[in-house]
Design a protein. Sequence first.
Length: 162
Amino acid sequence: MEVNKLCFEFEKYASTDELSGGDLQLMQHAVAAIKNAYAPYSQFRVGAALRLDNGKIITGNNQENVAYPSGLCAERVALFYANSNFPDAVVEAIAIAAETETFELSGPVTPCGSCRQVMSETEKRQEHKMRVLMRNGDGTVLATNSIEGLLPLMFEADGLKK
């Protein structure tokens, strides 16, 4: 048997004020998108914002449904909208933020597994890595320069070929 270790690098910002101009603007859009989230069941409202290479900012927010699997996360709402309306645009970055009054957000708001897989497919399809910014409830932000760090050993179409 052989034991291996996977590691990844990330940046940590004490607050959104430490972000650069483009990252700060994107995070502000993600925070603003929270207000339109539909989360009557979880009370966990999430906003996401994408920066496309054509200069457009696309936002999304989580949309719940009483039949939980029928809802959709903020990240996928934004990514699917961007791809359906701007299929040739490259997603350069995504910012994610959340708010809730029901519990304390003690860590960064990270994408769920399904969103990570969609982000991975987006990077693969566009042949370009996307920056991922994740804000904590206290304003702390973690950032990676690709979904690879958040989804090691990702499932890719290459694994389906004969």
